[in-house]
Design a protein around this ligand. Sequence first.
Ligand code: ZN
Length: 111
Amino acid sequence: MARLTTLKPRVQTLGAKPASGGWAATSTKSTTERGYGWAWQQTRERILSRDNGLCCVCSKAGRVTLATEVDHIVNKAEGGSDDDGNLQSICAPCHKGKTAAESHRAGAFRW
Ligand SMILES: [Zn+2]
């Protein structure tokens, strides 16, 4: 798990040049071009509020963890939409694990 600590939480990459690794490695576009601008901030707040600020992945596993991020249940790269039904609140560790798995499936992930 030590290597995961080198991946910064996604919230810290907003407005910044994407770091290597994860979803950022699959695109050279800025976060705004990818649709993570003001509208996404609004959506993010709405989803976190809807899920009571708790991580949905942890909830399913019986854990109660504060969510800090919003995740596409079906990754956009795999055809997922920005509809609320495809979004869930998630904590940073769960998000990193999920993003890593998705990137691995896409064949774009490099350690
Ligand atoms: Zn979690």
